[in-house]
Design a protein around this ligand. Structure first.
Ligand code: PLP
Length: 257
């Protein structure tokens, strides 16, 4: 069986973070493993509090997995602090997994900061150059390149600027622009639009986590980068279409529709 490892934060409400990642891996038929970087007390309405996990136990979790089990792909989500970014980057440099999918998680849909301000430069310097693919949404991309993105044309220039930060490929997600949520994939040679359809629902909690995990699972199963992105986009679109109206806020995507 193919395997994937998520290095991310826990969402007690089960909709985003580690919980979404493991469900997405399972839905793709991939064996999931997890390294928890932070614990959030969270539901569909809000992130109430966050506790970062000690750096030594983050490092130990990574070593425990890699020292024993084959890891076919890694997905990285919430990293919280600059020190966590450094520990994770250093250990990935040591173990050199074949695929690293980086979801540069910064702020929750409810506005809670999941990456401290000073961690952004660490993320750019240490994590982006290690990534096989980085999957920012528009606000995250704007922070990474310090420039506003308002049109699909801007997205092409933004991809070039993000690629210059060192990842092998870029998937810039266009869902925050008006119109259909079209994403742009750039591998340093050519651009591919991954077209989407707008689904009108409030239940979109954890969509970014789910998409990046589905990309990692498909890479683990042997898909090319472009195929992995296309398959993951199909999966997230249906997962949103059949999203779950749980809780009183933003319900989550449905991994097993
Ligand atoms: N909580 C955790 C642990 C996350 O990793 C993320 C996003 O990656 C979120 C919350 C935010 O989820 P959303 O913005 O989809 O509500």
């Amino acid at each position: 069986m193919k395997t994937a490892l998520t290095i991310a934060g826990s969402d007690s409400g089960g909709g985003a973070g580690i919980q979404a990642d493991l469900k997405a891996f399972a839905a793709q038929g991939v064996y999931g493993m997890s390294v928890i970087t932070a614990v959030t007390a969270q539901n569909t309405m809000e992130v109430r509090s966050v506790q970062n996990i000690d750096l030594s136990i983050i490092n130990d979790q990574i070593e425990a997995v890699f020292d024993d089990i084959r890891v076919d792909a890694v997905k990285i989500g919430m990293l919280s602090s600059a020190k966590t970014v450094k520990v994770v980057a250093d250990s990935l440099e040591k173990y050199q997994p074949k695929f690293i999918v980086l979801d540069p998680v910064m702020v929750s849909k409810g506005g809670h900061h999941l990456l401290q301000g000073e961690a952004i430069s660490a993320l750019k310097e240490k994590m982006l150059p290690l990534s096989t693919i980085v999957t920012p949404n528009i606000p995250e991309a704007e922070v990474l390149i310090n420039r506003s993105i308002q049109t699909e044309e801007n997205m092409m220039n933004a991809c070039l600027a993000i690629k210059a930060l060192g990842p092998k490929t870029v998937l810039l997600k266009g869902g925050h622009l008006s119109g259909n949520p079209n994403d742009l994939f750039y591998d340093g040679v050519s651009f591919h639009w991954i077209k989407g359809e707008r689904i009108h629902t409030k239940n979109t909690h954890g969509t970014g986590c789910t998409l990046s995990s589905a990309i990692a699972a498909n890479l683990a199963k042997g898909a090319t980068l472009l195929e992995a992105v296309q398959l993951a986009k199909k999966y997230i679109t249906t997962a949103i279409k059949y999203s779950l109206n749980l809780g009183h806020g933003h319900g989550s995507t449905n991994h097993f529709y």
